[in-house]
Ligand binder design. Structure first.
Ligand code: 6R9
Length: 662
């Protein structure tokens, strides 16, 4: 590592832009090729956003009716709007215009679960498929503004599903296929979804997932759903409800292969995506059409330095915002070839990612720190012999990346020849907001570096809410002015939108993350400051997990906190007290873990469950999670003031309990 020691003060290593990227002979030249150019563009974008984004939106998007007002509203009322009178259709922008210009260009490379099961879909084919499905949805009575739930594996039909909704102005709500039937039901019910799009089964890492059965279970208590359209992925026998369930292929065969795209107002909703917050129920974050699409396209162009012959591979799942923006809307807006990966990083071997990069000549590769850490741990030999020389930009997203993982990614995957972009953003921001630009910004491992165009980040004192000016400051991260792709509301709950994002610090959008600006002005994201836990880049609310535990008949109280984990970043530790006459046993702890799996989904399974006699509480009965957090993270010597505890002796009991389970 290039750590420089000066007078015993460790200085973060800085990596300059790799020479090869700026070398005109070996790669397309980056759109922004110097720090000065970045600064100039960024300055324009925040000082005169109207001109900047008006120009960019005309360059990157096709409008069926031009806008006259670029921007209106603000953080005060939470009525931000962009490109007001403008009309466009997201599916036209992602499909038709490229199909017309270049029908044989590959839009989607589907890398199936089994190696060598590849399906390519051209823009011409995509247009037909999207049109047909749009017509099927119409025949099921779906109209502009209706909500549609999508619970599908990582197959091209999932992309077709999103775009077909967008084509007719229906609002999609994709639910990650790892969520349980209860979680799926809650999301369907909250959105009053009319139709569910799904598959018979999913396949991942060689294992089948009973997708349709989970949908059936969810629909027992979701009365809004009139139809379920089922794609045949594995051909497994699945239960069938006549009058409600329809086979995808039967309906598609009847549908016309063209459907005119519905002109949508720039501020019409494009989709809902449910995400976890500090309280128990997930929020339906709403994105609108014009601003979101612009953010998606602009970030793929500038942050991944996308050029026309590139092969763009985002390894996320379509069920999360990263999949929405960087598998579907961003790359397709630009007419790119996007790779859809159905499998896991280690199936059938830990070489899978590199096989994919080599085989498809991937130029941009985007994954999460958790995958990078897992592959690093499995050893370098899995990269031996793979040709990764097509890569130019390799990205990381979802959680803070530790410098060791960053260095490994840079050396072993990027061969010190690629730009490493640690991209910070959220479901609510719609697209990346803090990030290096490949040709312009020298990187520091672990820092997301500088704001993207239009983003004015500030670091606030968490207590006073005052902006911390200058460098070398730590506080909470907020954004000082609206940007096009920010979420516009929480579905059916604008109050919650205001309370969560716009009211905590008046005049700012509050991210919920802590951050520092170092002496060179680089931004370092420190992780959530609220009750959100980030496990392998999956966002979970402590309250949601606690509610799941309390549903179990043995549990009296539950307190969930995030522990440190070398692999997954954070992991879930759950403390429970039991109802009278219930005995603690290993079997019970397993049962409680299963309970969380069942209510939320497998990815929310706690790493440790401790059944204890009492929880650390204040005299007024509030659980002090801070104490639990310190005990779990081996910081029991820094508990601070425990005199406010109703019974300080619980601390020793808890320390013992945690120690004995480790
Ligand atoms: C895109 C996405 C958002 C939360 C966010 C933050 C964490 C995301 C990060 C990062 C440090 C990065 N996060 N990217 N932390 N460095 N590069 O992940 O959206 O699922 O909504 O999660 O993830 O804590 O607030 P989402």
């Amino acid at each position: 590592m290039m750590t420089v020691e000066a007078e015993n003060v460790a200085v973060d290593p800085i990596y300059q832009v790799p020479k090869r990227l700026l070398d005109k002979a070996s790669a397309p030249t980056p759109y922004v090729d110097s720090f000065e150019k970045y600064q100039e563009l960024w300055k324009q974008s925040v000082e005169d956003p109207d001109t900047f984004f008006s120009n960019l939106s005309k360059e990157l998007l096709s409008w069926s009716k031009p806008f006259t007002t670029v921007r209106s509203g603000g953080f005060e009322q939470g009525d931000v709007a962009w490109f007001l009178e403008g009309e466009l259709n997201a599916s036209y922008n992602c499909v038709d215009r490229h199909a017309l210009a270049n029908p044989n260009k590959i839009a989607i490379i589907h890398e199936g679960d089994e190696p060598n099961s590849v399906r390519n879909i051209t823009y011409g084919e995509l247009l037909q498929e999207v049109s047909r499905l749009a017509n099927v949805l119409k025949s099921l009575g779906v109209r502009k503004g209706d909500n549609i739930a999508i619970y599908m594996p990582m197959i091209p039909e999932a992309v077709v599903a999103l775009l077909a909704c967008a084509r007719i102005g229906a609002v999609h709500s994709v639910v990650f296929a790892g969520f349980s039937s209860d979680s799926l039901r809650d999301r369907i019910v909250d959105a009053s979804a009319k139709v569910v799009l799904t598959a018979d089964e999913g396949k991942r890492g060689g294992k089948a997932i009973a997708t349709k059965r989970i949908v059936d279970q969810a629909l027992l208590t979701a009365p809004s759903v009139e139809s379920v359209l089922v794609f045949r992925r594995t051909g497994a026998d699945v239960p069938w409800t006549n009058g409600r369930d329809l086979w995808w292929h039967d309906e598609m065969a009847k549908a016309r292969p063209y459907c005119a795209p519905e002109p949508m107002n720039a501020e019409d909703p494009l989709f809902l995506l449910y995400t976890s917050g500090s309280t128990g129920t997930p929020k339906g974050v709403m994105h609108t059409t014009g601003g979101y699409l612009l953010g998606a396209g602009a970030t793929v162009k500038y942050i991944f330095d996308y050029h026309p012959d590139d092969i763009f591979a985002c390894m996320a799942d379509i069920g999360w915002i990263t999949g929405h923006t960087y598998i579907v809307y961003g790359p397709l807006t630009l007419g790119a070839t996007t790779l859809l990966f159905e499998s896991t990083p280690t199936y059938p071997t830990p070489s899978r990612f590199w096989e994919v990069v080599q085989q498809h000549k991937v130029t941009q590769f985007y994954t999460a720190p958790t995958a990078i850490r897992a592959l690093r741990r499995l050893g370098d030999k899995w990269l031996d012999g793979y040709d990764l020389s097509t890569l130019r930009v390799i990205g990381s997203v979802g959680e803070p990346i530790n410098p060791e993982a960053w260095e490994w990614y840079n050396e072993m995957v990027g061969k010190k020849n690629c730009a490493v972009v640690d991209t910070y953003w959220q479901t609510e921001t719609g697209s990346i907001i803090v990030t290096p630009l490949p040709g312009a910004i020298a990187t520091k491992p672990g820092s997301a570096t500088f704001p993207f165009f239009g983003i004015k980040p500030v670091i606030l004192d968490p207590t006073s809410g005052k902006e911390l000016e200058g460098n070398d400051v730590t506080g909470v991260l907020a954004v000082a002015q609206p940007w096009p792709s920010m979420a516009r509301t929480v579905y059916n709950n604008h109050h919650r939108y205001l309370d969560t994002y716009l009211r905590p610090y008046k005049g700012y959008y509050f991210t919920g993350d802590g951050a520092s600006r170092d002496k060179d002005g680089y931004i370092w994201i420190r992780g959530r400051v609220d009750d959100v836990i980030n496990v392998s880049g999956h966002r979970l609310s402590t309250a949601e997990i606690e509610s799941a535990l309390i549903l179990h008949h043995s549990v009296a109280e539950a307190a969930v906190i995030g522990g440190h984990d070398d692999l997954t970043g954070q992991c879930i530790h759950a403390f429970t007290t039991l109802k009278p006459n219930i005995e603690d046993s290993e079997g019970l702890e397993k049962e409680l873990a299963l309970q969380v799996r069942k209510v939320i989904g497998p990815f929310a399974t706690p790493k440790a469950i401790y059944c204890v006699n009492d929880l650390p509480k204040t005299r007024s009965g509030k659980i002090m999670r801070r104490i639990l957090r310190k005990i779990v993270n081996n910081e029991a010597d820094q508990l601070g003031d425990t005199s406010t505890l109703a019974d300080p002796s619980v601390v020793d009991m808890l320390i013992e309990k945690v120690k004995s389970s480790q």
